[in-house]
Design a protein. Sequence first.
Length: 261
Amino acid sequence: MPKGLETRTPIRPSVDATVRQLDLQTAQLAAAAGQEGFRLAAIGRNPWRDYRPEPPYNAWELGLHERRPEYAAPEAYMVGYGPDLNLSHPDWDPDRVLDVGRKLTALSPVLVPFSFSSPFAGGEPVALSTRTLIRAPVRPSARAFLPAARPPVGVAARIPAEVGRIEFKAFDALPANALYHPLLALLAGLALDRTLADRADRPDPGAHAHAARAGFDDPAVRDGAERIIDAAERALAGTWAGECWSRSGACWPGAPPPRTT
């Protein structure tokens, strides 16, 4: 069962710099793949096969899945593919970092439709995002890396430099790198926002399933997406340095935004 290829960008101080780095790495990866007769493609879920380990998991492996939550539910992460988008800010304390992680968890059902790219399962069209259908009940939408674990959203950083990292994990694989710019900016705006009261410790499977099937054709999903865009735009106004991201095309001066990867 192919897992797919992953590329990781180093920390960059802005969305523009992050996407430029991703473009560079994607071009290098495409060139290397081309030498072997392959080309790159982005899909949110294997369109033909579900995951079945061969041979089946032994007792030690099953125990590991029970003890370590990052190994649980391989049927989701072994056939579902999507980016981990990361934000951090040196001035944010652990409480602020955890709060942003809980906010992104609550808003995940209206965030994920911006990325849907996995309509097929078993070779048949099933939903706008079959990845979301299998993933939301068993995997986190966001994680906040803290000096000490505060589950379920707050996890212990593995090295000191990781403290403060906020990771959003629920987007489907994006078919074009240009989509990373607006989605990273949206997450940055939501991280800076101080008006939205939405918080959750775990993803809502029902809300995700509804969004995965209806997408923006559903008025509630569409209204929720417009609400978070408006909140992000308001938060970015006066805080974004040298970047433009707005439906109105406006640019705002001010302090730098969160760093991203």
